[in-house]
Write a protein that binds this ligand. Structure first.
Ligand code: KIV
Length: 320
């Protein structure tokens, strides 16, 4: 949804040089630089900048992130949206699925990511059973992500039946990203991580979920693992940015699990194949460190006693 207020103009470099050269009379103004999309190295990323990217058809990147150091590097690289996903249960905690992400743990990780990337838009994933059992509890937990976690928005895996919860969060001022399509928190119920919308019936159900979420005030949609035709129809109906995860290139933004792109996970989905081989590099680093330890060549030793203190120390231990 777009507010009626005009979008502030964001230039690639909003900081005016202190002593901008003055133009001679009649000299043409320099051509306005074109906005190349939300970029945390230029200005803080907000829901409004993502809406503007959507309107201007500039696809934006999103990545999962679970710690401050990685967040700092991803923000420096210009990634506008960081998702503190419940995939932390798998990637960080080593569980077989996303059901095991403790609420307090995800809130702490969200705050860490925001500290590392204060200008990126940080999306907090609400974990299994933090919003499903009770509406009021869900709103309070979403509020904790916004306050303790300093999140910019929360994400919930939903279908149309969650409309009252989303609407209540939205009324409370909490921007909600409605995650529809394949919902990993339902993996036990459907027998694993499966695609969604592969029959006309299921595709129509997902469209109904999308409509219900839009009507309930969702700030964005996140669509996972749907056929391109289904995603296209969701994007066509949506007045808010749609982020895809394995949902095809038509979405306004794209998110994947960073560890997949880093080459750190055992199996990657075909839409998130490794871009670097950090796993192999970690192994090479570990081998090199083992060699250093074995040979005692550890680099320069920076801590020294002064001559006077050394003499005193040796005298006291009986070696003086
Ligand atoms: O938790 C997560 O990482 C996710 C996505 C990858 C969409 O929800």
């Amino acid at each position: 949804m777009q507010s009626g207020r005009p979008e502030p103009s964001v230039s690639p470099n909003p900081v005016e040089p202190k002593s901008a050269p003055s133009r001679a009379a009649g000299e043409a103004a320099p051509a306005a630089k074109t906005w190349s999309g939300p970029d945390p190295t230029v200005a803080p990323v907000t829901i409004r900048s993502l809406q503007r990217a959507m309107r201007e058809r500039i696809p934006f990147a999103a990545l999962t992130c679970y710690d401050a150091t990685t967040a700092r590097w991803l923000e420096r690289a210009g990634v506008p949206v960081l998702l503190v996903g419940d995939t932390a249960a798998e990637v960080i905690l080593g569980h077989p699925n996303t059901l095991h992400a403790p609420l307090d743990f995800l809130i702490a990780l969200t705050a860490a990511v925001k500290r590392g990337a204060p200008r990126a838009l940080v999306m907090a994933d609400m974990p299994f059973m933090s919003y499903q059992a009770d509406e009021a509890e869900g709103v309070r937990n979403a509020g904790r992500f916004m306050t303790e976690g300093a999140a910019d928005c929360v994400k919930l895996e939903v279908d149309a039946s969650f409309a009252p919860t989303v609407s209540r969060m939205s009324r409370a001022g909490i921007p909600v990203v409605a995650h529809i399509g394949s919902r990993p928190q339902h993996a036990k119920q459907v027998g694993g991580y499966v695609a969604a919308g592969k029959t006309a019936d299921d595709a129509m159900r997902i469209l109904a979920d999308a409509d219900a979420m839009l009507a309930a005030g969702a700030t964005m949609l996140l669509v996972e693992a749907t056929p391109v035709e289904v995603t296209e129809e969701i994007v066509r109906r949506s007045a808010v940015p749609v982020i895809g995860c394995g949902a095809g290139p038509v979405c306004h933004g794209q998110v994947v699990v960073t560890h997949d792109l880093l080459g750190l996970t055992e199996r990657q989905p075909p839409f998130a194949l490794p871009l670097v081989q950090l796993g192999a590099q970690l192994s090479a680093m570990a081998d090199a460190w083992k060699d250093r330890v074995r040979t005692g060549v550890l680099g320069e030793h920076p801590y020294a006693l002064s001559d006077e203190q050394r003499k005193d120390f040796f005298r006291r231990i009986g070696r003086g």
